[in-house]
Design a binder for this molecule. Structure first.
Ligand code: ZN
Ligand code: ZN
Ligand code: ZN
Length: 227
């Protein structure tokens, strides 16, 4: 959990301003030891403030460039960059901490921005709004071609959620769902086999066809489980 740089009070959720002493602070990049500004005016534009974003180097095992708005402290990640940052900053999480996850999931969100679609910093087309993970508390803005925008404070929330096992919890939920689907398909298959065995005039190949059809589905489920 991050603390206010001025008074030390806990800063929770996506808040950037301390509730006690009102100090505004950059909580997101506190996960890196230092970052440097590579280019103060990149050609990319902040979707909130409409000023050029800075390109900053997070120095995570070598160069790690992302874009940042110096005014609202929002961050823009090219496709795959956020996942790489989480992996480097959090590492592997092996267990879900239910109490911590519950705390992380029940914190306040900043509500200074109206619920609206905002422009991609690169192509200026409206981005999609996506839940970062189930109940992570972050609704990110995402352009399929160019990447993901996080408002100031949201990266910190995602990091806390990931550390508490939020990512694992969502994988577990997917796994459970995939298992259920597989069970359902097995039951259907058994049902069909019994059904076919009981009806004398049903030709054999129909069962074989069905078994062949089932294979790609099992493959897809396995891919889902182990992706
Ligand atoms: Zn404070
Ligand atoms: Zn901005
Ligand atoms: Zn775009």
């Amino acid at each position: 959990m991050a603390n206010c740089i001025n008074c030390g009070a806990a800063l929770t959720g996506t808040l950037l301003v301390c509730e006690y002493c009102k100090t505004r602070q950059d909580v997101d990049l506190s996960v890196v030891h230092r970052f440097t500004v590579e280019n103060p005016r990149s050609p990319r534009i902040c979707p909130r403030c409409h000023v050029p974003l800075q390109t900053v180097d997070l120095h995570l095992q070598g160069k790690f460039l992302i874009e940042r708005c110096p005014r609202c402290l929002g961050l823009f990640f090219d496709p795959g960059e956020l996942e790489a940052l989480l992996e480097k900053a959090v590492g592997n999480v092996h267990a879900i901490d239910p109490q911590r996850l519950n705390e992380v999931q029940s914190v306040k969100r900043r509500e200074e921005y109206p619920l609206a679609y905002i422009d991609c910093p690169v192509c200026r087309k409206l981005m999609n709004r996506v839940n970062f993970g189930p109940r992570s508390g972050v609704i990110a803005d995402w352009c399929r071609a160019h990447g993901m925008w996080l408002d100031g404070g949201e990266l910190r929330q995602i990091l806390e959620w990931t550390k508490a096992g939020g990512g694992l919890a969502s994988k577990q939920a997917e796994l459970d769902k995939a298992k259920l689907e597989l069970e359902e398909e097995k039951k259907k298959l058994q049902f069909r086999q019994v059904d076919a065995a009981l009806s004398h005039h049903r030709p054999e190949p129909e069962i074989r066809d069905f078994e062949i059809d089932l294979l790609p589905m099992i493959g897809r489920l396995l891919k889902k489980i182990f992706h």
